[in-house]
Ligand binder design. Structure first.
Ligand code: MTE
Length: 349
């Protein structure tokens, strides 16, 4: 593997001392995090498929996890006004550097330290990018992402973020409600679900060629009632800035009552359909990842409990907390799921 190594003499300016110290703490941080990842990381799962494909090496090495905001990202509207209805009173905000240096973005990284995505994003140029709107809509069309970001009224929302791997954060996202984008797409009344597809750029994203037996591009789906719920958010930024590349630039979905994998990064296609669409992780491991994937302490992952989570407030500050049903968003979304288990069950949903 053409791994990207941080040069031994790696230095950053004083102004970036936070990211440097965060980086130095990574080892202890990863050790504390303990659990594995959701990746189907071994070719052994797919007999006959070895990692034969050429690996594209990014030519530019970012200075640090906060230096990966694309130069062409629109800056208008940042920092946006925070909407108070979405406060998270019971825990602190995760530091920017922790949220930007502990990531899941398998298009970039396939083996090794899977969370260390940012050093691999150098070749990725998210702008310009377009989103194709298709399927059951009045008329298919294409959106320019930078224009879309400029046209939308941006707001900031503080959301709990819960990964299926049982780690969590609290993140101030900037963006707009997904419902507003859905309205713009003009879906037909026959549409019951909406499907999202992430960008597929093997030359810029080394994990795609390295993990070539994954069913790229990444794809996800929601019921229409979920996609139009007020909590469903399109994030174009975080911590008052446009999204860093590793966090899903140019835009990604954030569904805070669901496990993080339901929120595809770098969306380039939105398709309205009249049945439940297949999803990436469900296709890979049907016994481990369901379609709904609501945060639920009563449904363990087959390999670990979901009753507790490791809350990351900083790279070296991790605290165990109980997991809340719907990640604490029952009042917002509970009515969408009358049969969500409230007692222990092994049923994956
Ligand atoms: N979207 C794409 N395209 N590719 C991915 O690998 N990982 C998912 C989700 N969206 C993923 C993705 C998972 S498993 C999680 S937990 C979140 O992104 C992680 O978001 P973060 O890196 O900003 O914390």
């Amino acid at each position: 593997m053409a791994a990207i190594h941080i040069p031994p003499g790696w230095r950053i300016p004083e102004s970036r001392a936070t990211s440097e110290s965060a980086y130095q703490n990574r080892r202890a941080f990863l050790k504390k995090m303990g659990l594995g990842t959701i990746a189907v990381a071994s070719a052994a799962h797919f007999p006959g498929c070895g990692p034969k494909a050429a690996h594209t090496t990014p030519t530019l090495l970012p200075d640090g996890p906060l230096d990966t905001i694309p130069k062409l990202a629109p800056r208008e509207g940042y920092p946006a006004m925070r909407s108070r209805s979405f406060d998270v009173p019971e825990r602190p905000i995760t530091t920017y550097v922790a949220a930007a240096s502990y990531n899941n973005f398998y298009e970039f990284i396939f083996d090794g330290d899977l969370k260390n995505v940012w050093p691999l994003t150098g070749a990725y140029e998210p702008f310009p990018m377009t989103i194709a709107v298709k399927g059951l809509v009045e008329k298919p069309f294409t959106l320019d992402v930078a224009d879309l970001i400029r046209e939308m009224d941006l707001e900031e929302r503080l959301y709990r973020f819960r990964c299926v791997e049982a780690w969590s954060m609290t993140i101030p996202w900037t963006g707009f409600p997904l419902r507003r984008l859905i309205e713009r797409c003009k879906p037909l009344s026959s549409a019951t679900h909406v499907r999202f597809v992430s960008v597929n750029r093997p030359k810029q994203m080394p994990g795609i060629t390295k993990g070539h037996w994954y069913p790229w591009p990444y794809y996800e789906g929601l019921r229409m009632a979920e996609a139009t719920n007020n909590l469903a958010f399109v994030a174009t930024g975080m911590y008052g800035n446009p999204l860093p590349k590793q966090n899903g630039s140019p835009l990604r979905l954030v569904l805070p009552w669901k496990y993080g994998y339901k929120g595809p990064k770098a969306v380039v296609e939105i398709e309205f359909v009249d049945r439940q669409p297949p999803t990436f992780w469900n296709d890979l491991q049907v016994k481990e990842y369901g379609f709904l994937s609501n945060v639920n302490p009563n449904i363990p992952h087959v390999r670990w409990t979901q009753a507790k989570e490791r809350f990351i407030s900083d790279v070296d500050t991790i605290e165990e907390r109980p997991t809340a049903l719907f990640n604490g968003y029952s009042t917002w979304v509970g009515s969408l799921y009358p049969d969500e288990p409230t007692e222990f069950t092994r049923m994956v949903r």
